[in-house]
Design a protein. Structure first.
Length: 322
């Protein structure tokens, strides 16, 4: 929904940079532009060139649509979805699209390490071309009680697990987002526990729904939506969908994500959708379909229970729902 609810650890609006300074084309003293300009014209041009490099995998889109994952509602308009995004690395509002264009996504290396047969790094383009891309349409439910439907392109997370060759002792996958304060001003805010971390159990990671998205709406994914590689897990609240991933670590100990570190009473490890379990500050019984104003009843596991409910059997003592 459109109301921004401030948490106790967020700065008040009066301390935020005025919007006209952030979005004014002439105000280059933000993000990568500021750092590059201080370093000189050559550095400024280098940052611009990196940020604007064409996507070498653009020829792979649109990917073939997978009809198995049908929707009960229209796909959210791309203009809405690409202009209503959380990306705290840039700022704490939904208006991150312009700032996110400073993020250079080529070259982009992905590290795979931890409890695997052999740790390695792989360039994002090599990784993408090792996989067979497909398009899937998923519903997504935000913990703030609004929802979207998105056409993702990418590949099953299970394919990355297969590539990684984890050891039998690996119980979780720890994922990490880029950490470059030169291009993302939010990363210079020391009250957040950067870099952004999220985790999945091996059972969650290898579930058929768990998807690594490299594109959306028939083309490479937009930067503000998590380019060049992000997670899409449709049965969980949206803060579990990590963006701009640079590292997958296979570990034995359960990772603690950023939101769990900040507000453990509100944001837990599992974060599965359940209409009967309210957030401490609002109900989760209904959701607003973003862009339409329509309110719908929230569904258990966001309607994907047939695919995922078995993962959580025997975990009655765990806090699965928030």
């Amino acid at each position: 929904m459109n109301v921004i609810r401030r948490r106790g650890w967020e700065i008040p609006d009066r301390l935020a940079t005025p919007e006209h300074l952030v979005f004014n084309r002439r105000s280059l003293l933000t993000g990568a532009g500021a750092v590059a300009l201080m370093a000189g014209p050559a550095a400024a041009q280098r940052v611009t060139d990196l940020a604007n490099m064409p996507d070498p995998t653009a020829d792979l889109y649109p990917a073939k649509h997978n009809d198995k994952y049908a929707l009960d509602r229209p796909i959210t308009d791309e203009k809405i979805n690409s202009n209503y995004n959380n990306f705290y690395e840039f700022n704490s509002t939904k208006n991150v699209a312009m700032q996110a264009q400073a993020l250079p996504i080529r070259p982009w290396m992905v590290k795979i390490d931890g409890l695997v047969e052999k740790p390695f790094e792989i360039g994002i383009d090599d990784l993408i071309r090792k996989m067979t891309l497909e398009e899937r349409t998923y519903r997504h439910r935000c913990v703030e009680a609004w929802s979207m439907a998105i056409a993702w392109s990418g590949f099953p997370f299970a394919k990355l697990v297969e590539l990684a060759k984890p050891l039998g002792s690996a119980k979780y996958v720890r994922m990490e987002t880029f950490n470059n304060p030169k291009v993302a001003p939010g990363l210079r805010q020391s009250w957040y526990p950067w870099p952004y971390i999220e985790g999945l159990t091996m059972a969650e990671a290898t579930n058929e729904l768990t998807f690594l998205a490299t594109g959306a709406y028939g083309h490479p994914i937009a930067k503000q939506m998590g380019a060049p590689l992000r997670l899409a897990v449709p049965w969980k609240y949206g803060f579990k969908s990590i963006k701009s991933i640079v590292r997958f670590s296979f570990v034995e100990e359960r990772p603690k994500g950023m939101w769990e570190k900040l507000q453990p009473a509100e944001y837990g490890f599992w974060a599965n959708v359940n209409p009967k379990v309210p957030h401490p500050r609002w109900s989760q019984a209904t959701e607003e379909v973003i862009g339409t104003g329509e309110r719908r009843p929230t569904q258990l596991f966001n309607g994907y229970g047939d695919y995922v409910a078995d993962i959580y059997k025997g975990l009655d003592n765990e806090r699965l729902w928030a």
